[in-house]
Design a protein around this ligand. Sequence first.
Ligand code: ZN
Length: 359
Amino acid sequence: MTHSDDPAFLTVPQKKKFLLELNEANAKLFEQGEDERLKFFIEGNSVFGAFPCGDGRTHHLSVMTKTSPGIIKIIPSLGGLFKIGWPNLQKEVMNWMRRNKAEDKCSVLITTYHFSKGSKARCCAGFNGDTQKALAAALDFRKELELLFGKNNNTIVITIGIETDSDSFILHGEDHHKTLDLFLLAEHQSKPAQVLSEIIRLLPSMRNDVARDLLMLLMGNLRHIQEVKASGRKPENSHHQESVIFMGKNFGWLNHPNTALLISTLPLNITKQATKALSVMHSNIEHGRIRHEWIFMPCASYDGNDKTGISKRGAEFRTKEFTNFFMNILTKQFPKRLADKMHLMETIFNEEDRRITVI
Ligand SMILES: [Zn+2]
């Protein structure tokens, strides 16, 4: 399974170069996608926010929907569990919702779970591979969001399952037992009008204009499923193969599938997130799914427009603190051989041009 273009098997200097090039390519893509994003935000009536598991196979939703980075706001939590009572998460979601309301957009909140058709071992580790539990957690979070924000014309919460062998979506209806399996639709080369009528059938309360915006994401997923199929990607290659642990908020550029585990600072228990990420990394190494070395990349963000430099210096302090926090868990709770194989890549993220700098 070793091949030269697979990030899991690059040497550390090669991998660092790969990460910097990936960031640069995405920053350029973001600049080029400005028109698509503007068109979407001006012409579309909805904005999307998704809550995926932070494992490397599920958070690259822009790739899976073939949309420009930034069209879907992604809030990950490693292990797939979300609670709207987590203060930082709630603050983030509320600020986002407030902005959407001010711009008169409908907020579509997407709770997700993930699984593999082919193997329980490739299902979500956060639920010990139990997909029913993963689905139940996504539905519970949907209920929490509905209770908080209410069911109205300007907010809708939906649930999507992600099948990671094929990267296909399963859209759940308002009655969650009713579903639309995009893998099957891709086989039948479904037309947009058919998909739209299915969306309306499953989600009768959704405004028609919002359903049309959602259609764009689903049609993108259909195209992506066909591309994955044509690429001949083997399902067993969609086993955990992450060789980077990223800690921070702005990871949208890190969208190469199965490359990075994300530790978000939004869940209440960040220690748990870090422990989970380290357990997966440990297992990736022990099972030979990646080369022996791995990278920890803490990355705080700063406002690139702040000419005083305070925001940038503040981010450097936060990045260093991420390292202290993480190293404490790594050295106290995991075998020394895991720490010995870690390489540190401390970075800061410029929110303006979306580029990272190694500090
Ligand atoms: Zn997961």
